[in-house]
Design a protein around this ligand. Sequence first.
Ligand SMILES: O=C(O)CCC(=O)C(=O)O
Ligand SMILES: [Fe+2]
Length: 193
Amino acid sequence: MQRVASQQLEMFIKRDFLDEAHCEALIALIEKQRRPSAISNYNGDDAFRTSETCDLDQADEAVARLEAMLEQMSAIDPRHGEPLQGQRYETGQEFKGHTDYFEPFSAEYEEFCAVAGQRTWTFMIYLNAVEAGGATRFKAIDKTIRPQPGKLVAWNNVYDDGRPNPATIHHAMKVRKGRKYVITKWYRARPWG
Ligand SMILES: O=C(O)CCC(=O)C(=O)O
Ligand SMILES: [Fe+2]
């Protein structure tokens, strides 16, 4: 695990966290079962998040194995984890600049955080190399991360006191050529339920 140099944001990167066969198995699951991605606070921009999402099932061996690896790597209580998701971007698709935390005191916070509380850490794994585009850009810390199969990126969305860190804003940039697949794992301040 490599710490990214930033005063503003706690972020780590680990290359080759997953091997190619594991990535391929997860891509196959995402291909089998995907739906249009949702956003929690619609802002009137229908092109804000154009990707597709897959809710992954623990009963699949590749998913259970990844959960076990994340549990070991993160040292975060697995009960605080949301179920694993896959995200798939076709050429031209993106997820514009956003934060993974929910805005405190907002309607979305009431709706999505009542039980489990705020999102804390994001763990994201790229499953493939994208022919062109598809990088994840953190503009506040001037950091752009390029997709590489098996690469894990983890960052803390909140400060030690639990308040959200706006420097976590990130943009899943448009895929220019090819397709992009990632895994997302979000953790909460309290058990998921
Ligand atoms: O696909 C990416 O590069 C980022 C995905 C993301 O930010 C999200 O799903 O919240
Ligand atoms: Fe995100």
